[in-house]
Ligand binder design. Structure first.
Ligand code: NDP
Length: 261
C-alpha cells in the first residue's frame, strides 16, 4: 500500500481551471500540493484557485498565460517561482480542438492555432520548467503531457464518418512524439516526461459534438460510455509522484479500452 503526499510541493497545471485540467488541479490539491494554474482567457480561473486554496488548505494562484507564446510562458513561470517557490512537477494539459473537413481548410491559420497550442504550447511550458530545474539543480522533476488516444487513431462520429479532426489528431501524434524525445534528452537531468492520453471525456471540448455523434462515440467504447474528467486523474497523479521514479517516455491510455486490438 502506498500513499501520495504532495504537501509543500508546487505543481504547474496549464488549462487547470476547467475540464480535465480542473479535475487534475483538484486531485493535486486533494493530495496536499500547491498549485499554479495557467489559463488563456476564462474569467473563472482566479476564483477556482481561491476555492481550491480554501477547501484544501493549500497555496494556489491563477496566471493568465498563452502557452503558445514563449515570452508569455517565460514571464509567467518566473512569476510563479517568485510568488510560490520552486516547482516540483508540471502538467501540460492546455489544448484546443477544431472540427473541419480537410478539403475545406483554406490557409494555415487552423494549423497554426492547433499546433501552436497543442505542440508548441507544450514545448514552451515543458522547456521553461525544465530550464528552471536544470538551473536550480532539482533532480526529481516530472512532466505529464495530456495527449489523446487520437495520437494513434482517427475518430468516427458515424459508420465510416470521420470526425474531421485532421490537425487535432496530427497535433496529438506530434506531441506524443515530442514528449518521448524530451524524455530521452532530459533523463540526464533526472527529469521524467510521460504522456496520459484520454479517450472521450465529458468536457466543453467534447461538448461541441452533436448528441448523436457523442452517442455513436460512447457506443464504440468497450466500456460503453464517455469518461468523467475525474477518471483521468489517477495516472497523472501517479506519474507526478516519486512512485513512478522509474517511468519515463511512456504513454498511458485512459480510454475505456478504445485501443484494444
Ligand atoms: P477544455 O476545452 O475543457 O479546456 C481547455 C483548457 O485549456 C482551458 O483551461 C483553456 O483555458 C486552456 N487553454 C487552451 N488554450 C490555451 C492557451 N493557448 N494557453 C493557455 N491555456 C489554454 O479541454 P479539455 O479539458 O477537454 O481538454 C484538456 C486536454 O485534454 C487537452 O489537451 C485536450 O486536447 C485533451 N483531451 C481531451 C479529450 C476530451 O474528450 N475532452 C480527449 C482527449 C484528450 P481557458 O479556460 O482560459 O480558455
Amino acid at each position: 500500500m502506498f500513499t501520495i503526499d504532495f504537501k509543500d510541493k508546487l505543481f504547474v497545471v496549464t488549462g487547470g481551471n476547467r475540464g480535465i485540467g480542473l479535475a487534475i488541479s483538484t486531485a493535486i490539491a486533494g493530495a496536499g500540493g500547491n498549485l499554479a494554474i495557467l489559463y488563456r482567457s476564462s474569467t473563472n480561473a482566479e476564483q477556482v484557485a481561491a476555492d481550491l486554496a480554501s477547501e484544501h488548505g493549500i497555496s494556489a494562484k491563477a496566471y493568465r498565460c498563452d502557452v503558445s507564446v514563449m515570452k508569455d510562458v517565460r514571464q509567467t513561470i518566473k512569476a510563479v517561482v517568485q510568488d510560490l517557490g520552486p516547482i516540483a512537477g508540471c502538467v501540460a494539459n492546455a489544448g484546443v480542438a477544431t472540427v473541419k473537413p480537410a478539403i475545406e481548410i483554406e490557409d494555415r491559420e487552423e494549423f497554426d492555432f492547433m499546433f501552436g497550442t497543442n505542440v508548441l504550447g507544450v514545448f514552451n511550458t515543458a522547456q521553461t520548467v525544465a530550464r528552471h530545474w536544470v538551473e536550480t539543480g532539482y533532480k526529481n522533476g516530472s512532466i505529464v503531457i495530456i495527449s489523446s488516444m487520437s495520437s494513434q487513431i482517427y475518430n468516427q462520429v458515424g459508420l465510416n464518418e470521420p470526425l474531421c479532426h485532421v490537425f487535432y489528431n496530427s497535433s496529438k501524434a506530434a506531441v506524443s512524439s515530442l514528449g518521448k524525445n524530451l524524455a530521452a534528452e532530459w533523463s540526464r537531468y533526472g527529469i521524467r516526461v510521460n504522456m496520459v492520453s484520454p479517450g472521450y471525456v465529458r468536457t466543453e471540448q467534447s461538448g461541441v459534438h452533436p448528441e448523436e455523434a457523442r452517442r455513436f462515440q460512447a457506443a464504440s467504447v468497450p466500456l460503453q460510455r464517455y469518461s468523467e474528467p475525474e477518471e483521468q486523474t489517477a495516472q497523472v497523479i501517479l506519474l507526478l509522484s516519486e512512485h513512478a521514479s522509474y517511468q519515463t517516455g511512456s504513454e498511458v491510455f485512459v480510454d475505456g479500452g478504445c485501443l484494444i486490438y
